[in-house]
Design a protein around this ligand. Structure first.
Ligand code: URA
Length: 244
């Protein structure tokens, strides 16, 4: 995704936007080795090499976190014995080796993070981190309110109780659509929870991970998180909105 150079520089933590503009005008900023002096210039932080006074922006040297909007029909493992397309095939042009954080099923759509930062990936996957993930689901029928209450309080899956969660009807989409927010990410958890109350999930889309949404990211597209966003994820503390 193309962004203004001064925005990319500010988000990399090297300087403020105003000072970045000054650096650009002074000819001290280069994109892929060529000096850029026009203020409106744009670059792609995932693909272009940006440097200030010959030094690469911090991200180029280190960790990378990508937020991908996965379409239907992609597998979220690194490789697939059945040769189905993987989410990695959608992050073309990214040189770092990134791995998906958790999974979305082959037919699930929506947000998935990919990173080369193993520590961040492990943190996001632990139950203790309580990172909320919100899904829109289309059910086969209309569940009874008391069944939804059971799911919200927690049910036993594989011998372990699920954490309390929140479920609301999704008014803007009409009847069999619901929004569910979980504070953990167990295998096929959403589908298995609704199956338990006799309501198969027909469609599933992840629309939010912590504070990250799919705004501006079309299906099949991705964006690179800024260092500020990465720090915010690393220091995630369950906020009051998500104390169920
Ligand atoms: N829960 C599921 O059941 N499937 C997904 O893809 C994500 C969460």
């Amino acid at each position: 995704m193309l962004e203004r150079l001064q925005k990319i520089m500010a988000e990399a933590g090297v300087t403020s936007r105003r000072k970045a503009e000054k650096l650009i005008l002074e000819g001290r900023v280069a994109v892929n080795g060529r000096a850029v002096t026009a203020l409106g210039s744009k670059a792609d932080p995932a693909r272009d090499k940006i440097s200030v006074d010959g030094r690469p922006l911090p991200r180029a040297a280190g960790r990378l976190v990508i937020l991908l909007n996965k379409p239907d029909g992609y597998i979220s493992t690194v490789s697939d014995p059945q040769h189905r397309p993987t989410v990695l095939s959608l992050v073309r042009g990214v040189k770092e080796r990134v791995y998906p954080v958790g999974r979305l099923d082959y037919h699930s759509t929506g947000l998935i993070l990919l990173t080369n930062d193993g520590e961040l990936a492990n943190f996001l996957m632990t139950r203790a981190a309580r990172v909320p993930r919100t899904y829109y689901v289309k059910l086969k029928g209309e569940p009874a309110p008391e069944d939804l209450g059971k799911l919200e309080r927690g049910i036993v899956l594989d011998g372990r109780r699920t954490l309390p969660c929140r479920i609301h009807p999704l008014a803007e989409r009409g009847k069999p659509w619901f929004e569910i927010t979980l504070l953990e990410g167990r295998n096929h958890q959403v589908r298995r929870m609704f199956e338990r109350i006799g309501q198969p999930v027909l469609k599933l889309k992840r629309v939010r991970i912590a504070f990250l949404t799919d705004r501006g990211i079309a299906a099949g597209q991705f964006r690179v998180l800024s260092p500020k966003e990465i720090e915010r994820l690393k220091r995630w503390k369950p906020d009051d909105d998500y104390k169920f």
